[in-house]
Design a protein around this ligand. Structure first.
Ligand code: SF4
Length: 432
């Protein structure tokens, strides 16, 4: 009998990527054929995002495109899962009846059953990677206990749930046996790791255990939360050569008025203390953060404070988002008084400040040698570039180090590269 062809579309964040990879592994085990082009599939599975307005729109448009394919008889079945479906299932079922089934987040058993298969629980730690095989996200926890006023994640993903160290080591060993060399640790709040199952924050121990896996060479920490950043993690990052000297810690803002209204549980003074403490202990650390501009109570003065803060700290990498009002979040009652054009203007002012900082920092790397991992190749065969990253660059969001095609390198390997040029976001180097 012909294998059922399934096309999986993953929207949203790296946590959704991991969920899709787990599901796709189960599909493979059940002998379904996974294909890249949804138009050629029998069944399309859409793993949606429902975090903010823009993401919700993208998810709905993707579903409606699949409905069009079904109406033309190109595909037989549509299954929708993920955060949008978790958050708005009843409304979606009423609005888009052409969809065959809606599932929430992490309902692998339901989807596999809907496809006519059976879930293999014992193999749930296994994944079919959609990232280049040398790099994999490791989702150490799901859900969040923090009360941030603007955020719908706790409504969608529930409270913080850690995986055990044993489960995560087993998953990481599976990935290492499948060529993974870089693990990127993710969660909604990775610094809360273990608080639910070990009664204390246990991220430092997890990092140490993962670094004992021989084939894993880089371990990177994303989504750290500032107000309860475990001090023992700073020590482990400083001392363990496999841990990238890299911390992604969304701060969202720096004005005490805004931080208080956002319920971030930290003040501007304590934020600075933490950043200086990390830099003092790990001088070469790469600091990445994200900010929200246009939050309902943000005044011109609050925004100025944020600009001054970015100039003061000289972050290595920043992301800026415009505030998106979300129903049922604690901040919903504040409304959305700041016009979009003002939000956009503040976003571009902040990104402009950072562009100068990033350009200056990149220039200082000319003549330096960096250890990089090659992610892929872009451009024409002999005039294109190998795209690589150093310890200072997380996948998909940070700078790239471009290596001319004349260099003899292969994807997935590490090389020492001497930097000969830079621009505000990328570096150029040759293998030495
Ligand atoms: S830490 Fe705050 S912003 Fe992040 S997922 Fe939790 S509630 Fe949302």
């Amino acid at each position: 009998m012909r294998k059922q062809k399934v096309g999986v579309i993953t929207l949203g964040c790296s946590k959704n990527v991991v969920d899709s990879e787990r599901l796709m592994r189960q599909m493979k085990i059940n002998d379904f054929e996974i294909i890249d082009d949804p138009q050629k599939a029998d069944v399309v599975v859409i793993n949606t995002c429902g975090f903010i307005e823009a993401a919700k729109e993208e998810s709905i448009n993707t579903i409606l495109n699949a409905v069009k394919l079904k109406s033309k008889g190109k595909i037989k079945k549509i299954i929708v899962s993920g955060c949008l479906s978790q958050r708005y299932k009843p409304e979606l079922e009423k609005e888009i009846p052409e969809v065959d089934a809606f599932f929430g987040t992490e309902n692998y058993a339901g989807i596999i059953k809907e496809l006519g298969g059976e879930l293999k629980y014992e193999l749930l730690g296994e994944r079919l990677l959609t990232t280049p095989s040398h790099m994999a996200y490791l989702k150490i926890s799901e859900g969040c206990n923090n009360p941030c006023s603007f955020c719908a994640i706790p409504l969608i993903r529930g409270t913080h749930k850690s995986k055990t160290i044993e489960e995560l080591v087993k998953e990481a060993e599976f990935l290492a046996e499948n060529n993974t060399k870089e693990l990127v640790l993710i969660g909604q709040d990775t610094t809360d790791y273990g608080i639910d199952i070990y009664g204390k924050r246990n991220l430092a121990k997890l990092l140490e255990r993962l670094s004992e896996i021989e084939k894993i060479q880089w371990i990177r920490l994303l989504y750290a939360y500032p107000s309860h950043f475990p001090k023992d993690v700073i020590e482990v990052l400083a001392n363990n050569p496999k841990l990238c000297k890299y911390i992604d810690m969304p701060l969202q803002h720096i004005s005490d008025n805004v931080l208080k209204s956002m319920r971030r549980g930290i003040t501007s003074r304590r934020t600075r203390e933490l950043l200086y403490q990390i830099r003092e202990r790990i001088p070469e650390v790469t600091l990445r953060t994200t900010f929200i501009v246009g939050y309902p109570t943000e005044t011109d003065n609050d925004f100025e404070q944020l600009c001054d803060f970015v100039k003061e700290i000289h972050f290595d990498r920043i992301g800026v988002f415009t505030y998106s009002i979300e129903e049922n979040t604690p901040g919903f009652v504040l409304g959305d008084p700041i016009p979009m054009d003002v939000k956009e203007e503040r976003k571009s002012i902040l990104m402009e400040i950072q562009k100068d900082i990033s350009s200056e920092k990149n220039q200082q790397l000319i003549g330096k040698t960096l250890r990089v991992i090659v992610d892929g190749f872009e451009g024409a065969a002999d005039e294109g570039f190998y795209v690589s990253r150093s310890e200072m660059d997380a996948p998909e969001v940070d700078c790239e180090i471009l290596i001319p095609a004349t260099n003899n390198v292969s994807v997935g390997n590490f090389y020492d590269v001497k930097i000969y040029d830079s621009n505000e976001y990328d570096l150029f180097g040759n293998v030495i």
